[in-house]
Design a protein around this ligand. Sequence first.
Ligand SMILES: NC(=O)c1ccc[n+]([C@@H]2O[C@H](COP(=O)([O-])OP(=O)(O)OC[C@H]3O[C@@H](n4cnc5c(N)ncnc54)[C@H](O)[C@@H]3O)[C@@H](O)[C@H]2O)c1
Length: 313
Amino acid sequence: MRILVTGAAGFIGSNVCDVLLGDGHEVVGLDDLSRGKLENLADARATGRFSFEQFDVTDPRLGELVARVRPEAICHLAAQIDVRVSVTDPLLDARLNVLGTINLLEASRSNGVRKVVFTSSGGSIYGTPTELPVDEQAPVRPESQYAAGKAAGELYLNVYAALYGVAWTSLALANVYGPRQDPHGEAGVVAIFGTRLLQGKPTKIFGDGTSTRDYVHVADVADAFRRAVQPGAADGMRLNIGTGRQTDVRTLHTLIARTASGPDEPEMAEPRAGELQAIALDAGAAERELGWSVQWQIEDGLAQTVDWLRTKL
Ligand SMILES: NC(=O)c1ccc[n+]([C@@H]2O[C@H](COP(=O)([O-])OP(=O)(O)OC[C@H]3O[C@@H](n4cnc5c(N)ncnc54)[C@H](O)[C@@H]3O)[C@@H](O)[C@H]2O)c1
């Protein structure tokens, strides 16, 4: 089928493009290159079944693009991804993440798009859950504007399904890591630790190192997108995509230091305000609905990611 991927030049989006192309689909990638890189799309371009459009997902030209391309499905990954940016500049976050999603849904309903696969955030929309791993029945309790924007996106998906019959699945991702994650900026602790340890630079942990996250490999995430675009797959559902396993940040540092042959001696800094103490996602629904399962255990995934970072330095 023909599939439009927004945020195609980014970390996860480019991996999604590669997996969809590997399945024989035709893919059109959209990205404004505010963060993504064209080099992430080298493999996609080599297939001859990929084309690229550079503009903002909030741009009215999106409707023209969807009318011309007529994709059967859209994987929507373009977003402002930094929780702290959403707190300091909530209007920017809402413009890109909420209005961008509405613009995409308008383009979809006007042009007969069958399905939108949305990218939500399992690590933030549930707030501070009472039980871990958290499943999709838990209440949605955003504690940041970023999380509120993702939750809003799901509400709009429901509206467009009810009014116009646009099918949707929302993939609520845990902490994603793997090749192509940008080590610059604040997101992506695996890429940051890995790059700094390989470069012989000091590393820093905020807090006492006991806070935990659920780290899911980008190949497993891309596999969930490939399954979700199929006709009838988990229509109208949010599915958590995570491993259910918690890894504390101090242990994560030890694992990365080991594979990068660097010192396991992070500086311990003051905790940062507003960060969750613990999160892990129950992905049982994705297993049942999509036949999805975790293929990458964290030890193997970290070794593969550090190998990739090594080739980039
Ligand atoms: N990385 C994670 O752990 C994680 C976890 C949960 C959800 N997500 C979601 O996954 C998606 C992809 O995130 P990522 O980690 O690959 O980040 P990323 O920054 O690498 O990818 C986002 C891409 O979107 C593009 N983009 C941003 N604003 C745009 C706009 N207005 N118009 C067009 N393109 C725009 C960027 O240039 C970038 O290429 C996002 O929706 C993010 O919220 C990521």
